[in-house]
Design a protein around this ligand. Structure first.
Ligand code: THU
Length: 138
């Protein structure tokens, strides 16, 4: 699957992103928790950046899927984001740390959450609705 969205109609991008998030979830390194997460972040030029959670024997070093996708986008010079898709079991929301991290670049980022346990049922939300009171420096 290409990581560049080629079609003109961005309404279709959600489906494409969902596929990328489900796909990258299979590469999560999560033998300690057994909880795999996949994230796909769509940049404003149509390129997508994916991330999975990567755990470590020193548990606190674990990095979440969302932050891995976000740092890949930033490293590629893409800091304008249109949409995030997240694939996980139970369809929960991104953790607070990831919401704060995403809000740095895209405070109103739309978020599609896919519950892989419920036939890939989707829910639509956003960073600002999940984290209405993000930290900002005075
Ligand atoms: N995890 C994520 O990747 N994203 C989140 O938003 C919450 C949690 C990961 C971290 C850890 O590897 C596993 O899920 C269980 O907490």
């Amino acid at each position: 699957m290409s990581n560049k969205f080629e079609m003109n109609d961005f309404a279709d991008s959600g489906l494409w992103l969902i596929g990328l998030a489900i796909d990258v979830r299979s590469r999560a390194y999560c033998s300690y928790s057994g909880f795999a997460v996949g994230a796909a972040l769509l940049a404003s030029d149509g390129e997508a950046f994916v991330g999975c959670n990567v755990e470590n024997a020193s548990f606190g070093l674990t990095i979440c899927a969302e932050r891995n996708a976000a740092t890949s986008a930033v490293a590629a010079g893409k800091t304008e984001w249109l949409e995030l898709a997240l694939a996980l079991s139970g369809g929960g929301a991104p953790c607070g740390a990831c919401l704060q991290f995403l809000a740095e670049f895209a405070p109103r980022l739309p978020v599609i959450i896919v519950d892989v346990d419920d036939d890939n049922a989707v829910q639509f939300t956003s960073v600002d609705s999940l984290l209405p009171g993000r930290f900002t420096l005075p």
